[in-house]
Design a protein around this ligand. Structure first.
Ligand SMILES: [Zn+2]
Length: 155
């Protein structure tokens, strides 16, 4: 892209972007380059813009895709707020269970079964159980719940 400082027949000066110098020549011949103030197609190059090729100039180039790009971050912000709320909820559930139940580690499945069968007094416990142990407990209608874990808390 190239920025030209242009001047019309009525001496209005304005700037315009072109793909390259031949694009400017072609558009000028077809009278597509017109003064934004008076609409005159009689334009000529004033001076070569001194900022040609500099990043700051290029950044000012109008970008048609800008509105869509502005809309996207807001949507992401909403998602992360929801995720944050969900994280807090899961954390609260975990903290409640950990504060009110006994940690029994891998004894969980056998203890849960003994409580269910009345061999051990019922109380709230939490610990680890393999998928097979959990399936067996559920099949015997022993109510167990997976304890939610947060991705960054897994070791
Ligand atoms: Zn003009």
């Amino acid at each position: 892209m190239i920025l030209y400082q242009l001047r019309c027949a009525a001496d209005h000066e304005f700037e315009s972007w072109f793909r390259d110098s031949s694009a400017y020549d072609a558009q000028r011949k077809q009278k597509l380059v017109t003064c934004p103030l008076c609409g005159s197609p009689e334009v000529e190059k004033a001076i070569m813009a001194p900022a040609l090729g500099r990043g700051t100039r290029k950044a000012e180039e109008p970008a048609p895709a800008a509105p869509a790009e502005e809309a996207a971050p807001a949507k992401v912000a909403l998602m992360s707020e929801k995720e944050q709320a969900l994280r807090e909820m899961l954390k609260a559930v975990r903290q409640h269970v950990e504060a009110n139940a006994d940690y029994v580690g891998d004894e969980f499945a056998s203890l849960a079964r003994q409580m269910h069968e009345g061999d051990v007094e019922k109380r709230s416990i939490y610990g680890e159980a393999s998928p097979d142990e959990v399936r067996a407990l559920v099949e015997d209608e022993i109510e167990v719940h997976p304890l939610p874990s947060l991705p960054d808390e897994r070791n």
